[in-house]
Design a protein around this ligand. Structure first.
Ligand code: ADP
Length: 359
């Protein structure tokens, strides 16, 4: 039996807004689950329903197979870490971390041992006497996480815990959260709009859009087997290139290039004759020049961006645009006419109407 089960969960707010539709998920003990999607897609709402901070309008939430819809947050044994760290400014790091246990009247010796152990996991041992104002943003966030993990709860819920940090701190904290998860083995549900955070932290990712789950899978599955245009475009940076076109004689146009969809679809291509199709390829999946078993395309270089470990090439093919990612040593001149190849196995074709991938 799964540890946590979300069965056809719906949220309809009192004003009638249907924020979450038929959310289904089973979570195993110890998993790190990330909810990702654009702002407003229902991630926090779902997390808050799991936390017991928001009523579930429809559907069932089970903990170890027992219905938990009516349980309060404490009974559910969850701890939540929010965006804002909400530390007590007049209390030391030690007292902030110890706060929950102190309230429960836990023995001082036990508290001391637990705080020290938590501080060790979080690298806060040398800061226990400090006040929050004497800490960096990343350290404050670690204290907030410490306050949550010191309680032996079943599930950690984190709502965009890194969004108040600068870019560099975010990267550091991200790997620290992964490390904390490895050390504690705690089941974690983490909300973010940042696909990189999702990809680097998650065992499994739930991609949401407009209140609907789009796909649930490992980072690998989402990257290599996206089920639709939305997921394909959301995961990966720069995003996947999409060429839309109506299939004529088995081909769609990408500027002056004719892309033969039968190469990918075989006989199935006939079903799409006269219909719109979306041809997707990732910027990093291309090879400059001509190559076998590939779609070979001609384009014009509009702009190049040298980023150190790679170069992004912004190309045009007639009226169409795309981005290619290459080794900086292969950076072409601006305005150059280039040829590049997309291996057939790196191409994703989507139905233009449903936007679902064509298997
Ligand atoms: P996310 O976390 O993905 O950014 P939320 O779960 O916060 O999204 O919100 C999902 C949708 O529900 C949004 O359109 C938001 O405006 C709406 N919403 C959130 N809270 C309420 C509320 N209390 N009443 C009505 N609508 C709400």
């Amino acid at each position: 039996m799964a540890y946590l089960t979300l069965k056809d969960i719906n949220k309809i707010y009192p004003n009638g807004y249907h924020a979450v539709h038929n959310f289904n998920l089973e979570i195993e003990k110890g998993e790190f689950i990330v909810f990702v999607g654009p702002s407003g897609c229902g991630k926090s709402t779902t997390l808050r329903m799991i936390a017991g901070l928001e009523d579930i309008s429809n559907g069932e939430f089970l903990i170890n197979g027992t219905r938990a819809n009516e349980m309060g947050p404490r009974e559910r044994e969850v701890a939540m870490v929010f965006q804002s760290y909400a530390l007590y400014p007049q209390m030391t790091v030690f007292d902030n971390i110890a706060f929950g246990l102190t309230l429960q009247g836990v023995d001082e010796d036990v508290i001391e041992e637990k705080v020290k152990n938590t501080a060790r996991i979080l690298g806060l041992t040398d800061y226990l006497d400090r006040l929050p104002r004497a800490l960096s943003g990343g350290q404050r966030q670690r204290v907030a996480i410490g306050r949550a993990i010191i309680r032996k709860v079943g599930v950690f819920l984190m709502d965009e815990p890194l969004s108040n940090l600068d870019a560099k701190q975010r990267v550091t904290m991200r790997s620290e959260i992964a490390q904390i998860h490895r050390e504690t083995g705690a089941t974690t549900i983490y909300v973010t709009h940042d696909q990189t955070e999702a990809m680097t932290l998650a065992d499994r990712i739930v991609v949401m859009k407009d209140g609907y789950v789009q796909q649930i899978g490992t980072p690998y599955e989402l990257y290599y087997k996206p089920v639709n245009v939305f997921v394909a475009g959301f995961i990966g940076e720069p995003p996947m290139n999409f060429v839309k076109g109506v299939v004529k004689g088995g081909k769609i146009a990408f500027g002056p290039n004719q892309l033969d969809v039968t190469k990918k679809l075989g006989a199935k291509a006939a079903q799409y004759e006269g219909k719109e199709i979306v041809f997707g390829f990732r910027p990093e999946a291309i090879v400059l020049g001509e190559q076998e078993d590939s779609y070979v395309m001609e384009a014009q270089v509009e702009l190049t961006e040298m980023l150190g470990d790679n170069t992004n090439i912004y190309i045009t093919a007639g009226e169409e645009k795309a981005i290619l990612k290459v080794d900086p040593h292969d950076t072409p001149e601006i305005d150059a006419a280039i040829k590049f190849s997309v291996p057939v196995k790196e191409v994703y074709l989507f139905d233009g109407e449903t936007e679902n991938v064509i298997e």
